[in-house]
Design a protein around this ligand. Structure first.
Ligand SMILES: Cc1cc2nc3c(=O)[nH]c(=O)nc-3n(C[C@H](O)[C@H](O)[C@H](O)COP(=O)(O)OP(=O)(O)OC[C@H]3O[C@@H](n4cnc5c(N)ncnc54)[C@H](O)[C@@H]3O)c2cc1C
Length: 532
């Protein structure tokens, strides 16, 4: 059984490599044709609404997007990429609506500094369009393929979140189609319960078809001055750094690197400035770069200058560090070999991360491509081999949670370690975003901010059929719950109904459903998210 699944995973790996290169060639040769086709594809709102009105009474609505440009960034079964056949097997009473690519930017208003777009616009498309007007969203979740609809209905933060909160906090107006086919526009003043309540509710109140949000002005040729400094007291350092434009941190096993950033104009770059990019095939992956500069230098503080777009998507190549498991498919097998043999293997393209592998396989190790590989595996394989969670912990409890994570106590096997760990401070919200991870319950006034812990790992013993990854995920869920933390809900969750209702306001959710989706046509959030 184990051998069979290993062969199957190996087969998926090979077909993934071949497909990525075929599509890369296709995009390279036929890119313009593809773009032209996408332009014809504006959402026909009235048609969609009518199709929802005409559905069979009592049927569930399922969004079907065969033209989506990028894979879903959710780890649980991607909701928007199910094939018709997948769902029809389960139930016949499903009504499909096809959203198409839905990736049009409808208006950019430079005077009011707002942008209006369709939900399928990716972060990269958004940033490219806005930068030509010297504008940028205040928060840009860092994977190029994340979509506006996905980060509003799910969650999205980045290193500017300590000032601005989540991407959803930039929202000014949203348009939904409800399950009765009604098209409804909401804002903080109009239908404000839906406006806030739908954020983080994973599409269980309606279909988002249009969003307007605020953006910031930036210098015309903007760079980010990045300061990297090493510390052994990450939480103390993070607490004192709020006068920068950007703040995040990477915890390695021996030290933490705090990263601060300031936007600056290219014209004011010092003559001796070290410019570093992260978008070219041969550029280093960001976390590897941070590690390398600190291991080569005795300085505790290092400064370099990064073009704004490269900074915003600096974690895209290698998907933070998840790409390291795909770049070396044999790593679990060679664990028992002496270190010098492993180091030698590292020099070969398939042996691990090195300049040759990251350059030759650049199209393979974008986040978007890595998600395609992940979604090819079965959900049980993902649950048994990977721990992928983002957990927001109240600032006052973050130190305690970090100690718990680093203790490795929750691993079933000895020697387990989560390394690196991403830390990203985020301002909380008191608005009614009741399912968002940065929602502040009124009884917690002391914790006006959270620290997001990005915990993404695989351990050598976590193979198909093992239960270590599930066990560790559940233990982290429980510790986070004890400390008043909440997860981003994009990944696997194992909460019981009781645990769920101790975290989330279930009565409020039922009331909202009665008002906006009385026959649960868009599904129930708990049922949509929970894995067993
Ligand atoms: C390893 C890893 C690291 C991550 N790190 C970060 C991070 O650092 N920062 C960050 O911000 N996020 C991070 N994420 C999470 C990511 O932001 C969320 O998963 C996000 O919700 C996914 O966006 P998507 O566009 O792929 O949405 P999808 O996966 O397509 O959808 C997400 C949810 O939104 C709903 N939805 C989508 N479109 C619509 C619509 N038009 N109308 C109604 N509902 C809709 C879907 O039904 C689904 O429930 C990470 C995820 C992973 C796996």
């Amino acid at each position: 059984m184990l051998e069979e699944s290993l062969i199957h995973e190996f087969y998926l790996h090979i077909t993934w490599f071949i497909w990525v290169y075929i599509s890369w060639l296709y995009e390279y040769l036929l890119g313009n044709v593809k773009q032209q086709r996408q332009k014809e594809n504006i959402i026909n709102v009235e048609y969609l609404a009518q199709s929802i009105r005409d559905r069979q009474t009592g049927s569930r609505i399922q969004i079907f997007r065969n033209k989506r440009n990028s894979p879903s960034n959710s780890i649980r079964r991607p909701p928007l990429s199910l094939t018709k056949e997948d769902v029809i097997i389960k139930t016949r009473a499903t009504h499909f609506i096809n959203l198409g690519s839905a990736n049009h930017i409808i208006a950019i208003d430079t005077s009011s500094k707002t942008v209006t777009c369709e939900p399928g616009v990716t972060m990269e498309e958004l940033v490219d369009a806005l930068l030509s007007y010297n504008l940028v969203p205040a928060v840009v979740p860092e994977f190029k393929s994340l979509t506006v609809g996905g980060v509003l209905a799910g969650a999205g933060l980045e290193s500017s979140s300590f000032q601005y909160g989540q991407f959803a906090d930039l929202l000014i107006e949203a348009t939904y189609i409800l399950s009765n086919g009604q098209i409804i526009i909401c804002s903080p003043k109009n239908n404000s319960d839906l406006f806030y309540g739908a954020l983080g509710a994973c599409g269980t109140f309606g279909l988002l078809i249009r969003a307007t949000f605020s953006v910031l002005e930036v210098k015309s040729d903007c760079f980010v001055r990045c300061n990297y400094f090493r510390t052994n007291r990450p939480m103390e350092s993070l607490a004192s750094l709020f006068h920068h434009d950007y703040v995040d941190a990477i915890v390695f096993s021996d030290y933490t690197v705090i990263i601060t950033g300031e936007q600056i104009d290219k014209l004011t770059l010092p003559k001796t400035a070290k410019i570093q990019t992260f978008s070219k095939a041969w550029d280093p992956w960001y976390y590897q770069h941070i590690k390398a500069v600190h291991s080569k230098s005795n300085l505790t503080m290092i400064t370099e200058y990064v073009p704004l777009k490269d900074y915003l998507f600096r974690y895209d190549r290698g998907a933070f560090w998840m790409g390291r498991y795909a770049i070396n498919p044999l790593q679990d097998r060679v664990q028992c070999y002496p270190r010098y043999i492993r180091n030698l293997l590292n020099l070969f393209p398939f042996g691990g991360y090195n300049i040759l592998s990251r350059t030759l396989f650049a199209p393979i190790f974008t986040t978007s491509s890595l998600y395609k590989r992940l979604h090819a595996s079965s959900m049980s394989t993902v649950a048994e081999t990977l721990l992928i969670q983002d957990i927001y912990i109240p600032k006052s409890k973050a130190e305690e949670f970090l100690t718990f994570v680093q203790s490795g106590k929750f691993f079933m096997e000895d020697g387990g370690i989560i390394e690196p760990i991403w830390l990203c401070p985020i301002r909380s919200t008191l608005t009614l975003q009741k399912f968002s991870p940065h929602f502040l319950k009124n009884d917690r006034h002391d914790d006006e901010s959270f620290i997001n812990f990005g915990l993404w790992t695989h351990q050598p013993n976590w193979q198909v059929g093992s239960c270590g990854a599930r066990h560790a995920t559940k233990a982290l869920e429980e510790e986070a719950m004890r400390l008043g933390g909440r997860k981003m809900l994009y990944s696997l969750s194992y909460y019981s109904r009781d645990q769920w209702s101790s975290i989330y306001d279930v009565e409020w959710y039922k009331e909202m459903k009665r008002k906006w989706d009385p026959d649960y046509a868009w599904g129930d959030l708990y049922e949509k998210l929970i894995s067993y």
